[in-house]
Design a protein. Sequence first.
Length: 370
Amino acid sequence: MKITKLEPIILHAPVTKGGIKDSTHSITHWGAPGVAIHTDTGHVGYGFSGTHAHLPTDKLIVDCIVNSFGPLLIGEDIMATRALWQKLYKSSEIYWVGRSGITHLALGAIDIALWDLKCKAFDVPLWSLKGASGNEKLEAYNTDGGWLNWSKEQLVSDCKRMVEEQGYRAVKIKVGGDSGTEDLRRIEAVRKALGDDIRIMTDANGRWSLPEAIRLGQRLADFDITWIEEPMGFDDVKGHQRLANTITTPIALGEQLYLTQQFRDFIQAGAVDFVQPDIVRLAGITEWWTVAELAHANNLPVVPHVGDMGQVHQHLCLAHPACHLLEYIPWLKDWMKHPAQVKDGYYLAPQAAGAGMEPTEHALATINKI
Ligand SMILES: O=C(NO)[C@H](O)[C@H](O)[C@H](O)CO
Ligand SMILES: [Mg+2]
């Protein structure tokens, strides 16, 4: 199955209730710059990155896909996913300007499309190609009711609905607002409303200084919080090591890390408890698997960031023994041919062949910005 053509796609999908905020970002759409890779057998593979729908940088990403990486792929056999990843990652002109950032987001979309093609060649879902039986249990936790721009009342009612009507046993709440005291009030209100059996995660999206993270991190223990995600600057290994040695609430991070070596440094420093690799930043499935193995070797659970890359992460989590839980955010799924499904708080194993990110004709006709 030889590659014949790369076709750029940029999807911009509306997010919940017209707009969501966390401590660091405020978005109205989730961006999915990506590619359709065509082959001489007529198969088409789809892969996307994940952004905050900033069109100028989405265009940089798809330009990198088609015009920088594209020429290196034409004529290549799609089966050689690891060899092709190495070839593209190490291509010196691109490596000189890349090694993380936009070239990683571009390579990630290509890698997902190549795995999509490989799955279609064997006519299996990605979880099956990665060795799962399809009977694995993968619990979902819901982030979509915990946004920082939700009022405390909205926060409580959304989280209650998710638990009482949709069967979730875990929800995530954004913290890192302007007032730490208000953060704690919001958590207290949700804990009171949900009772002690529901797990509550928190996510500061990198906002706090070390003193703030220590002060607020210590208070989280009052509410039995499952983890504090990205409490401080994304690359601050020493700071997170200091925090981990000071507070009892476990630390989750990884959605902003581009290199396996960064994950190694956080893990070796004892600065992370829940490892959250993302196929977007790690340049695709191939390197994601390396990080999951590294975490597993250190007996750390892997709970991938979704943002909204859940369509692919659900496959990887079903297949990897370090994964038992995955974030749920619903922004892209209904624009995909085979939308991710959660029932009574658990992901249902997708049955269609592929890696999960094949857009519908409707999506390509209505939210494609190319
Ligand atoms: O941190 C996250 N999940 O854990 C979400 O991806 C971000 O909050 C969204 O992308 C909005 O910035
Ligand atoms: Mg996060």
